[in-house]
Design a protein around this ligand. Structure first.
Ligand code: ADP
Length: 495
């Protein structure tokens, strides 16, 4: 019988109001059940929001450096448990162990970095236009924050949201993805052990359309911070708009790598393989379009196919594995559906294109590394986010054409160009419509102290990571202190 886990509401671990649960499966072996988790509904959400509201008044008055000290302790616990957390992550969501270690490390880095903000949280002072008057603006917390997170970075992304929300003085209701509830459970345990007071952080597990939607609708949630698909993000934004709640959205991508004819081809190939097949193509920053100059198209394509065929699929815990499974059966079917779409659209499938069931892989959700070629920008496989190991290769004749193709989707998260020509690199940096552009590096590799986020339908203008994340989790309060002892009128007394 699988272990049963609970929600954490006001410091108490409890089952869902309905008593219903859902299973957490290992995607490399669907018979391996990691646990049963509460399938929460609006009642559980309401209880969690009430607890978060009740604790806000006290938490916002804890000095920010003290709130941040708790986060430093949490980071230290993550350092101690890094190996255990990474192994659990691989078992729960499938990515290879080395990548899971990277995910945990990113969580550690983010937690240390944002904890440093506890002694900054800088505001502004500026001269008043009137004598004997002082003017300044300070950051204040927003209130109850709902954090809704995806499964692909099950530790790192929760740190991006929970740590700045808490350091800034908000209280939190955390709704993690239903595919990775156990990583969320472990992270909450760490934060509580580090000293986050009861009720300041509440965990409600459950299905997106039930638990997540109830959180988005709840009238007492002041801010929803969401990372996930563009379609769900739209629903979240609509829900928030109806009651004028703040919302930060981090959504899909269709990230291009441009490979120019002067590129270091070996380097570009390494970047393409890592960008397209790392995390089985399930990163928001995965390289899903390879825009290649026709002078080198043939050579690049042949070598990429050869590399893709060499990738070894398997359980991410095995040292021999290069590519792990997809997250679940629905995603396996969806990715395979795109192979059918590619066929119908007239693209060539140079390798892969099928569900992979060799040996032990039959137990999980594996998809053979796939390459689509002869792709044109109007095809769905060149426009839609697939979230699988199946990049599309698009041939171009010039840099302007490459940039036009790069910009031809509704998304704009990450991007990259491989070139040895500094002029081309600068043109690409200026003209690619994306939140992130790499030069001579893959679309993957964001560092925590730089802004992370995208343009167009990837986001709604916010940037996580770096101090810019504070603009999501705080708002500005302007303070005027008149010490003249008389009524002074701005815009009038100094005529
Ligand atoms: P992905 O394709 O990465 O699973 P989703 O956008 O479906 O992305 O899910 C991201 C997060 O949003 C998950 O925690 C999921 O449970 C949650 N979610 C899904 N649907 C909704 C919804 N209608 N309202 C709020 N949250 C949702």
């Amino acid at each position: 019988m699988a272990h049963e886990y609970f929600n954490c509401i006001d410091g108490k671990w409890k089952a869902s109001a309905s008593g219903r649960t859902f299973e957490d499966l290992n995607p490399a072996n669907r018979t391996d059940v990691l646990g049963l988790f509460p399938r929460s509904d609006a009642r559980d959400v309401d209880e969690a929001v009430k607890a978060a509201r009740a604790h806000f008044a006290r938490w916002r008055q804890v000095p920010a450096p003290h709130r941040a000290e708790i986060m430093f302790r949490a980071a230290e616990l993550m350092v101690k448990r890094k190996e255990e957390l990474a192994a659990l992550m691989t078992r729960e969501m499938g990515k290879v162990l080395k990548e899971s270690r990277g995910d945990v490390q990113e969580g550690i880095d983010m937690t240390y970095f944002i904890a440093g903000e506890g002694r900054r949280l800088f505001g502004h002072t500026t001269p008043s236009e009137l004598p004997d008057k002082f003017a300044m603006s300070v950051r204040v917390p927003i209130g109850v924050v709902a954090a809704i997170t995806p499964w692909n970075f099950p530790l790192a992304i929760p740190t991006w949201k929970l740590v700045p929300a808490l350091v800034a003085g908000n209280t939190v209701v955390f709704k993690p993805a239903e595919d990775t509830p156990l990583m969320a459970q472990r992270f909450v345990e760490i934060l509580l052990e580090a000293g986050v007071p009861e009720g300041v952080l509440n965990l409600v597990q459950g299905i997106g359309e039930e638990t997540g939607a109830a959180l988005v609708r709840h009238p007492d949630v002041n801010l929803v911070s969401f990372t996930g698909s563009t379609e769900t993000g739209r629903e979240v934004a609509i829900g928030c708009a109806q009651r004028h709640a703040r919302v930060s959205l981090e959504m899909g991508g269709k990230n291009p790598i441009i490979v120019m004819d002067d590129a270091d081809l070996d380097l570009a190939l390494e970047g393409a393989v890592w960008g397209a097949f790392g995390t089985t193509g399930q990163r928001c920053t995965a390289a899903s379009r390879l825009i290649v100059h026709r002078q080198i198209l043939r050579q690049f394509t042949d070598r990429l196919v050869e590399r893709a065929r060499q990738l070894r699929l398997g359980d991410g815990m095995l040292p021999t594995t290069d590519v792990g499974p997809l997250i679940n059966e629905a995603q396996l079917k969806r990715v395979h559906g795109y192979t059918e779409i590619a066929r119908q659209e007239g693209a060539s499938i140079l390798t892969g294109g099928h569900i992979y069931t060799e040996g032990d892989c039959a137990r999980g959700f594996f998809y053979a590394p796939t390459i689509f070629a002869n792709v044109s920008t109007d095809m769905r496989i060149a426009q839609e986010e697939i979230f699988g190991p199946c990049p599309a290769i698009i041939g171009v004749n010039s840099l302007p054409e490459a940039i036009e193709v790069a910009n031809s989707t509704k998304y704009g998260l990450s991007s990259a160009i491989y070139t040895r020509d500094v002029n081309k690199a600068f043109l690409a940096m200026r003209d690619i419509e994306a939140g992130i552009t790499y030069v001579n590096s893959s679309t993957i590799g964001a560092e925590v102290h730089l802004p992370f986020g995208g343009v167009k339908q990837t986001g709604n203008g916010h940037r996580e990571g770096s101090p810019t994340v504070l603009d999501i989790f705080t708002e500005w309060k302007t303070l005027y202190i008149d010490y003249s002892g008389r009524l002074q009128k701005a815009q009038m007394d100094n005529e």
